[in-house]
Design a protein around this ligand. Structure first.
Ligand SMILES: Nc1ncnc2c1ncn2[C@@H]1O[C@H](COP(=O)(O)OP(=O)(O)OP(=O)(O)O)[C@@H](O)[C@H]1O
Length: 548
């Protein structure tokens, strides 16, 4: 089984006996790698002997394994940085040939030169792995399930073919555009939808494309059919779209391209009913559907495959994904109360901002950000769904401008967000699944800019039973874990289901809660005493039913 697929399914297994030699060689190499984590941006620097992902793979008849130079350059456009190598696996019938360059795509599919120049103006000179494979598939009107690690350019993989297939804005009379929006892109959070909308605007430059970020306000505007018929693409969260469908103020009958970003999240129990409603409303014959995700657990993959028509599945795998470039470690912190002191110790040593910290809930994210500020850590910010839209937008913008050095967030909120240049990820609260671990640490944008990346995961006694799952991911991505950890028993299926269900207090510093409760009590007593004084009454015991 292809390695990333193995990870993406959550059941990570690593046969240490079978690969004992590889592990030994790797352990010998450890010191050098830890000292120079970012030096190895080129896949060729991974010793061949360690390439157990490749050697462990059995080739299936209907698969076309392929290795390619991922032509991705760094975001700053420094093409001198060695390119990463990705392993790409495709599955399906009549798979279109991958494209080596954007120019290949232009020649093969007559892409407009404006689209191409918009790409290069934004620093996209070579397609990434998923772009090389995914774009031709979508341009040939096929349905697609694309699994590619975080930060590998999935957004352009679906946006470029969407723009190219629509050919021209509805405002231009020369296309058969029908009536109503022609493409819908769905993302699990408003922030991610916003980010995708921004990418759309980059590609839309120079033509009168109408790309709408669906919100309460824009939904109102689009309840007018005349306005709606002028829209080319809608980017939305499922909830917002369903609200308009249910109120009858939106029709999706002309939608020809339906894209799901962060598909594993979109196809989970929370979103599924809405997704089903949206899919049912898209009645255009031969509608093209595509799902994109960094991980796709088996149940989500099954739902996706049932939803897609004769799909092609592309997996960009682990041969040298960003994961091995991130120095990963697991840190024992005994219990929840010990996490904050451990984190403060961490920040008392040199660290590389921006740092992204994950907590398991919104109140904990707020509480941790507050604690860090109170403890004098500079430029701390917080981002979660419980904050107002304005607060969230400000936080994202500060992070993008480099004004936030430390961002405390929840996983749901950080999903798919391209926080530029995150260098360290700290899992303050243990990840909820193996996929969640991969998503979280994938926020380290090391691969792209060739910088060093670091991922630290705190674990308590309560997290012990799940440690092995994460330790396996670390081993699979070519890094060592302490021997005792690799000897831990594999958690049972039942146990794995419990992972992420650990109950944690809302405040990360219980002492502050006690202090706060005391202060509230005191304040209430003083207020009560003042009220009584004002009434001239003498204090009485609280009334009981027997008093009356
Ligand atoms: N071909 C390219 N060349 C250079 N930079 C690119 C290219 N494609 C995308 N990028 C940049 O890489 C970054 C990550 O891209 P994107 O957000 O699409 O990744 P992703 O795979 O969707 O990640 P996630 O799973 O976290 O959503 C963005 O800043 C984007 O502008």
């Amino acid at each position: 089984m292809e390695a990333f697929q193995l990870l993406s399914r959550g059941g990570v297994q690593f046969n240490k006996n079978r690969f004992r030699k590889d592990v030994e060689i790797f352990n010998g190499k450890l010191e050098t790698e830890q000292q120079q984590p970012q030096a190895s941006t080129s896949g060729s620097e991974l010793p061949a002997a360690l390439n157990f992902f490749k050697s462990g793979k059995k080739r299936k008849l209907d698969e076309e394994p392929d290795e390619e130079d991922d032509p991705k350059s760094d975001t700053e456009g420094d093409n001198s940085i060695p390119r990463q190598r990705h392993r790409v696996t495709t599955k399906g019938s009549n798979i279109p040939e991958y494209a080596e360059t954007f120019e290949d795509l232009r020649d093969r599919y007559q892409l407009s030169s404006l689209l191409l120049s918009n790409l290069s103006n934004n620093g996209y000179s070579h397609p990434t792995g998923i772009q090389s494979y995914g774009i031709p598939i979508l341009l040939e009107s096929r349905d697609l399930a694309a699994i590619s690690p975080t930060g590998t350019g999935k957004t352009i993989s679906y946006l470029l073919p969407t723009f190219a297939s629509l050919r021209a804005p509805v405002a231009s009379a020369d296309v058969d555009a029908g009536l109503g929006v022609r493409a819908v892109i769905l993302a699990p959070t408003r922030e991610l939808a916003h980010q995708i909308h921004n990418e759309c605007l980059k590609l839309a430059q120079g033509r009168k494309w109408r790309v709408v970020l669906f919100s309460k306000a824009t939904a109102n505007t689009l309840s007018d059919k005349a306005a709606r018929d002028k829209v080319d693409i809608i980017v939305s969260t499922p909830l917002r779209l369903v609200a308009s469908l249910q109120s009858g103020s939106l029709s999706l009958s002309n939608v020809r391209h339906l894209i799901f970003d962060e598909a594993d999240r979109m196809l989970d129990n929370e979103f599924l009913p809405q997704i089903e409603e949206i899919v049912a409303a898209c009645t255009y014959p031969n509608i093209q559907k595509a799902v994109f995700s960094a991980t796709l657990p088996a149940n989500a993959e099954k739902i996706a495959m049932d939803m897609l028509h004769d799909p092609i599945r592309v997996v960009v795998g682990l041969k040298d994904t960003p994961l091995p470039l991130i120095v990963q470690s697991l840190t024992y912190v005994a219990d929840d109360a010990s996490k904050l002191p451990s984190l403060l110790t961490y920040f008392s040593q040199p660290y590389n901002p921006p740092v992204l910290i994950f907590t398991s809930s919104q109140p904990r994210a707020s509480s941790l950000a507050e604690e860090l500020v109170l403890n004098g850590i500079s430029n701390v910010d917080c981002l979660h769904a419980g904050m107002s839209k304005k607060e969230r937008e400000d936080a994202v913008s500060r992070m993008r401008k480099g004004e936030s050095w430390v961002m405390v967030s929840t996983e749901v909120m950080a999903r798919g967000m391209d926080f530029k240049g995150v260098r360290e990820v700290i899992n303050y609260d243990f990840p909820t699944t193996v996929q969640s671990y991969i998503h979280r640490i994938g926020k380290c944008r090391t691969g792209r800019a060739g910088r060093s990346g670091k991922a630290v995961t705190f674990f308590t006694d309560d997290d012990g039973p799940y440690l092995k799952s994460i330790a396996n991911v670390i081993l699979q991505s070519g890094q060592p874990v302490p021997e005792w950890m690799s000897k831990l028993p594999k958690p049972s299926k039942m146990k794995r289901k419990q992972m992420g269900k650990t109950k944690r207090p809302e405040m990360v510093n219980a002492a502050r809660k006690i202090g706060r409760n005391d202060a509230i009590k005191k304040r209430e007593m003083i207020a009560g005493s003042k009220r009584r004084k004002a009434k001239g009454a003498t204090p009485t015991a609280p009334a009981t039913s027997e008093d009356s």
